[in-house]
Design a protein around this ligand. Structure first.
Ligand SMILES: C[S@@+](CC[C@H](N)C(=O)[O-])C[C@H]1O[C@@H](n2cnc3c(N)ncnc32)[C@H](O)[C@@H]1O
Length: 214
């Protein structure tokens, strides 16, 4: 969901750096071959994630929700030389598609992939996170936040995508009747009241909550 008029979004895209050719191919092929392609981060949001990663220069990034690998490749652009992106997805059918693209990346050795439910895999990862990106099942965002929190470094970041949920989070009817909207609204409220962090909710695309652990 984009909240901005098409013309403004086009202007933003036009004045945002182009991604690498590999990412352009990945976005094109995702739209041609994979179900629900609008889930991909894509050009504009992808450049934002890449820029954030380059600003933070992380050693360890955890991504919950690989999909076709677009955002993982964007985060990998900002890693320190000895850094890794660990990315989890439950959908094993995406595996060959994701492998094909990641294997062509100069950062292929820096991306570690895990297939399975995030709630099973997160507790098995023994890392201290500089960035965690939540972009999987919305109903579990708060569970994932609680699960990863202690392993986020002080001064580290948790980013959560789609927290405006097409604007439904301000609709009381949706909050009462739609489980994802209710969960995202509770997530946003929890973050806002969590005195262990500072946070800003960006209205980029479908809303990105940026949380910094104090
Ligand atoms: C919005 S897409 C991720 C998009 C990707 N981060 C990007 O920007 O290109 C969400 C992904 O989360 C995965 N997913 C959903 N529930 C999950 C779960 N319980 N554990 C792990 N992955 C899950 C889905 O299979 C899907 O590929």
């Amino acid at each position: 969901m984009d909240f901005l008029p098409d013309e403004i979004q086009q202007y933003l895209n036009k004045h945002t750096s182009e991604p690498h050719e590999l990412l352009k191919d990945l976005e094109r092929e995702t739209y041609a071959k994979i179900l629900i392609p609008r889930m991909i981060a894509g050009h504009y949001q992808g450049r934002l994630l890449s820029m954030i990663s380059k600003m933070i220069k992380p050693k360890q990034v955890l991504e919950v929700g690989t999909y076709t690998g677009y955002s993982a490749l964007c985060f990998a652009e900002g890693l320190l030389d000895n850094g890794y992106v660990h990315t989890i997805d439950v959908n094993e059918e995406l595996e060959p598609f994701v492998s094909k693209f990641i294997s062509k990346s100069e950062n292929k050795e820096k991306i570690k992939r895990y297939i399975g439910k995030a709630s099973d895999i997160i507790p098995t990862l023994n890392e201290a996170w500089d960035i965690v990106f939540l972009d999987a099942d919305k109903i579990n965002y708060l569970n994932y936040y609680k699960l990863v929190f202690d392993a986020v470094k002080p001064g580290g970041y948790i980013l959560a995508d789609n927290v405006l949920w097409s604007g439904k989070v301000i609709d009381e009817n949706e909050i009462s009747n739609d489980a994802d909207t209710k969960a995202l609204n509770e997530f946003n409220k929890f973050i806002q009241e969590d005195n262990r962090v500072e946070n800003v909710l960006l209205s980029v695309r479908d809303g990105i909550m940026i949380v910094r652990k104090l």
